[in-house]
Design a protein around this ligand. Structure first.
Ligand SMILES: NC(=O)c1ccc[n+]([C@@H]2O[C@H](COP(=O)([O-])OP(=O)(O)OC[C@H]3O[C@@H](n4cnc5c(N)ncnc54)[C@H](OP(=O)(O)O)[C@@H]3O)[C@@H](O)[C@H]2O)c1
Length: 229
């Protein structure tokens, strides 16, 4: 049984991953802004799951620590929350950049800093960052996704650098760069496009990877995609 914190659990891939992890008997703390989604998740997941309304753009470290201190250690952190900015480069505003990098890079980075004292205590810890194929170096690129892709490339790079910096800290750090997954995020950005992978399937893979892969990988940025995009 592991203590697991997962962001972006109010819907989509994060919801399904959090639900499965709780059903597997892990102790899960689910973070997101939308309380309704988190309550629905709690209803389904039962007593193994607790939640906290948490905005990565305005992180309340004190509220988070109030939840985490009784857990004593965090075995797995899944930085799954994401914001898909879709705009031509010339139209991207400072607010857009701040939101994309805030949710996809600064928020996760800050969360890792807040949770550092609790990671790697006991069994080897795992930080799993959820990136995107758009932020995977050398992948096919698509117009309108520059801001999003750049922020995902930043979290992929953080993954490699942190694994090196923390190699003596008993914590592994990996990044999965997802291809298209059928979620509300995808449907809102690309109406009519049908992804070959469901949120449930990807959630199950992330649940497995988050709890097992740190025994085999560290500092790896891995594509998890069966399609382009
Ligand atoms: N679906 C795809 O095709 C695809 C492809 C590549 C990568 N990804 C990545 O996979 C991850 C999950 O994506 P998804 O498709 O499941 O997206 P989704 O359905 O839009 O879910 C995104 C989650 O992030 C949370 N979130 C957004 N802004 C937040 C903020 N400011 N603070 C805290 N939480 C915030 C949302 O919760 P609240 O609104 O409740 O805060 C929601 O639970 C993301 O990192 C995404 O970039 C997805």
């Amino acid at each position: 049984m592991k203590n697991i914190i997962i962001t972006g659990a109010s819907r989509g891939i994060g919801y399904d991953a959090a639900l499965l992890l709780a059903q597997q008997g892990h102790r899960v703390l689910a973070l997101s802004r939308n309380e309704e989604g988190l309550k629905a998740l709690k209803e389904e997941a039962g007593e193994q799951l607790d939640f906290l309304v948490f905005d990565l753009l305005k992180p309340d470290a004190r509220a988070l620590l109030d939840k985490v201190k009784p857990m004593e250690q965090v075995d797995v952190l899944v930085n799954n929350a994401g914001y898909l900015l879709k705009k031509p480069f010339e139209e991207i505003t400072t607010t857009d950049w701040n939101r994309a990098f805030g949710v996809n890079f600064f928020g996760p980075a800050h969360l890792i800093q807040i949770l550092a004292p609790f990671l790697g205590k006991g069994e080897r810890g795992h930080i799993l960052n959820i990136g995107s194929m758009g932020g995977y170096q050398g992948s096919a690129k698509f117009p309108g996704l520059l801001g999003y892709s750049a922020s995902k490339a930043a979290i992929a790079n953080l993954t490699e650098c942190l694994a090196e910096e923390w190699k003596e800290n008993n914590v592994a750090c990996n990044c999965l760069c997802l291809g298209a997954v059928q979620t509300e995020m995808l449907a809102e950005a690309f109406p009519g496009f049908e992804a070959p992978v469901s949120a449930q399937k990807m959630g199950a893979f992330i649940a497995y990877f988050a709890t097992e892969a740190h025994h085999f990988f560290n500092g790896k940025v891995l594509p998890a995609s069966v399609s382009t995009p």
